[in-house]
Design a protein around this ligand. Structure first.
Ligand code: NAD
Ligand code: AKB
Length: 322
């Protein structure tokens, strides 16, 4: 029997999209998941249907939704914090028009559910930095953070005015071994493992005591699906939910690696990303996500380091041993 409830992942070749696709294939069947991105798949393996799509092309998006009878969209296409600062106008345009096209599509095609990720980047220098609450001062000073905060307001607006079923999480920095990060301030926490397993010294672009909220990718994907599958009445927040995860500094992650690779060396040469990190929270209060839809994180830093090292080591083995 063919199921017409198809899911579209936009930005599917990215760090989150490629892992989300794998999980959704296993859950709903490869034939029910459509991956789309502005790029051609090269390094990322796409098992199912792949479409080249620019999320800023509203007509193109509508055509895909109609033709493939899409009922759920994960819109992950965005420019992240560090890359956004190189070209603020482009970042604003992509991040906002991509979201507005998805929200308008949900207004047009009744019953279409939208997931759109926000970020800890919505907070700014005047937000409390420890255990940052769901509702507090928000004065982001990167174009990425400004676009995410504006996006959250649009999500709530479309939910309240038009009854759009849009759901969102403010992800912390995400860490996984299956895919590479794409231009964020938290990217060092993935790169560091790749240097460590190759026994190369790592130069971190943040200072050693810069604490940021992070999360192992499997927890983030599980949170996303739990939120998307929660009964509508439990999703009380239609802007975006805080999600905590684990907070650590570059020095602490380096020390957790050194427990497995004692000769690993890390030095710290902060660049422009330090100012971005310094404007973000160090830890997040995710009580609302816990209360509303039962969120509970699973991985701590030590468990994550063990998994990251084991799996990234395999990636550097000669093909015959892999
Ligand atoms: P990524 O940069 O790895 O992936 C984004 C993907 O979007 C890329 O494959 C890119 O080719 C695609 N894309 C760019 N422009 C496009 C367009 N016009 N049309 C279609 N596709 C386009 O990013 P990611 O880390 O996977 O993040 C996905 C989402 O999650 C983003 O909204 C990001 O802000 C958010 N987020 C990520 C993190 C994290 O740590 N990775 C944390 C917080 C929030
Ligand atoms: C970034 O560093 O830009 C992202 C994020 C926390 O949104 N990883």
């Amino acid at each position: 029997m063919s199921i017409t409830h198809k899911t579209l992942i936009i930005g599917a070749l990215g760090q989150i999209g490629s892992e989300l696709a794998e999980t959704l294939y296993a859950r709903h069947g490869v034939e029910n998941i459509i991956c789309a991105d502005i790029r051609e798949p090269q390094t990322v393996q796409i098992e199912g249907k792949y479409l080249k799509l620019d999320v800023t092309d509203k007509a193109g998006l509508y055509e895909v939704i109609e033709q493939h009878e899409i009922r759920v969209i994960y819109n992950l296409a965005a420019i992240l914090s560090a890359k956004g600062e190189q070209n603020p106008e482009w970042a604003w345009h992509l991040n906002m028009s991509g979201l507005l096209n998805s929200l308008e599509a949900a207004r047009h095609f009744k019953g279409l559910q939208i997931f759109w990720p926000s970020s800890i980047a919505v907070f700014g220098p005047h937000s409390p930095r420890q255990n940052t609450p769901q509702y507090t001062v928000m004065d982001p000073n990167t174009v990425y953070g400004i676009s995410k905060l504006a996006g959250e307001r649009w999500c709530e607006y479309y939910a309240q005015k038009y009854g759009v079923d849009v759901r969102s999480i403010r992800y912390p920095g995400l860490i996984g071994y299956k895919s590479a990060p794409g231009g964020g301030t938290t990217d060092y926490a993935v790169d560091i493992y790749h240097y460590a397993v190759q026994h190369k010294p790592f130069t971190c672009f943040l200072s050693e005591n810069t604490y940021l909220p992070m999360m192992y990718m499997e927890d983030a994907i599980r949170a996303t699906l739990e939120l998307m599958e929660a009964p509508a009445e439990k999703v009380k927040n239609r802007s975006s939910y805080n999600l905590g995860g684990i907070s650590f500094s570059p020095k602490e992650i380096a020390a957790s690696i050194q427990k497995h690779i004692p000769d690993f060396e890390c030095t710290y040469v902060p660049d422009f990303r330090q100012a971005i990190a310094d404007s973000w929270p160090q830890s997040i209060d995710d009580a609302d996500a816990k209360m509303d839809w039962g969120w509970k994180g699973k991985y701590d830093m030590e468990a994550m380091t063990q998994i990251m090292l084991e799996n990234i080591t395999k990636q550097y083995l000669p093909q015959t041993q892999n």
